[in-house]
Design a protein around this ligand. Sequence first.
Ligand SMILES: Nc1ncnc2c1ncn2[C@@H]1O[C@H](COP(=O)(O)OP(=O)(O)O)[C@@H](O)[C@H]1O
Ligand SMILES: [Mg+2]
Length: 436
Amino acid sequence: MGVWVALCAGAALGALAAGAAWYGVCRVQRGAFAAALTALWAATGGQAREDGAVSGGRAFSNRFAWLRMGARARRLAELAAAAQEQVDSLRRERDVLVEILQRMTTGVVYLDAHGQVRLINHAAERMFRRPAAQCVGAEHWAAIGHYTLCTMVDRALLFGEPWQGELQLRDDLRVMAHVVPLTLDASPHPLARHALVLVNDVSQWHRLERMRSDFVANVSHELKTPITAIRGFVETLLEGDVDPEAEQEFLRVILDEAVRMEALVADLLTLSKLEAEDARVQLEPVPLAEVVQSALVRVQGEAARRGLAVRAEGVEGITVWADEGQLLQVLLNLLTNAIHYTPAGGEVRVYAERLVDRVKVHVVDTGIGIAPEHLPRIFERFYRVDKDRSRLTGGTGLGLAIVKHIVSLHGGEVGVASEPGKGSDFWFTLAALDPA
Ligand SMILES: Nc1ncnc2c1ncn2[C@@H]1O[C@H](COP(=O)(O)OP(=O)(O)O)[C@@H](O)[C@H]1O
Ligand SMILES: [Mg+2]
């Protein structure tokens, strides 16, 4: 029996020696070897602890402690590398989110439970006209400073009530604001509410909406005048108590008003066609001189009747990219205006000026001119300096608006220079076919 025990102990020590040698050759196996060593020690009577350390046989254990420490250091280094990787990835994600937040056109303000601004993006800085440096950490009444909005933020923070509504932040800035109460799970006080303010600029929609309703009101008004006149004269004629001369006169007025309504409806249709989504102009090379000539032929009769000279110069040899019909309409509108607003004996002239890759076409008259205060609005729909005079000439107040629309569809610009009593110079530009 004693012999067997001695043999077994000898075999075990031999195995240990072989294991130690193997470890020296292959350090990678160090962790596994240490584990095996621990198990073996436990099997031969030692006490293995949960963490793999071995009690009992202290001298033996100390000798191999460096093996276990090396394994732990390696594990720690691996954990640290993984943690660093995660931190880097989270940082990258945060940077992307911050970039998205800053580039949004919606203004975003995030407020904590105390109503202090924690975050404000560029759009909100612009809308509230306060730099982030002044806002972050400040109380919302100081940072946002809009009574209704701040009240709604307080309600969101206190009672968790969301809100949305339109606000006029400044004369030129109307916004749609949303106040969203937030309850963050991660907050140390789970019931504490935070709030998010989202602000969208709706000034442009508002302007368009107002223009649309102004336009409808203007059209109704423009139609109402001739309709009232026609109705009045027809009623008088129907009463039958009118002498033949007055009857002729009444019928002429009715005809004039009907013609005016026809012109108005024609201009409205032109505008609506130009505005249609599919209003794509077919640009083709058009000889400018030919179109100017056809426009002159059409207005010559009326110009002569009004004692005006009309001529063109410097338009030969120029080819422009245009829709021929629309270019003719532009010239006719400008020429009829020039003729209508120039007293007898005056002159109307069309000439072209070559720019680098474009051509600037001028329609110049020696007429009544336009005072400077009217010039910025002259291309607006229904804008007229003298409404009565415009009506007398059969104007609809839409001629210049049509000109501007057509030219902008061609990618060109319109403008006017004018001096009261001296005359006006209306011009527009178009792309020219050959460089100058
Ligand atoms: N050549 C011009 N000389 C003076 N005033 C002009 C001239 N062209 C346009 N206007 C002014 O611009 C206004 C708008 O022109 P337009 O849109 O063509 O409408 P209208 O139907 O009245 O001619 C006119 O009512 C007139 O007051
Ligand atoms: Mg006109």
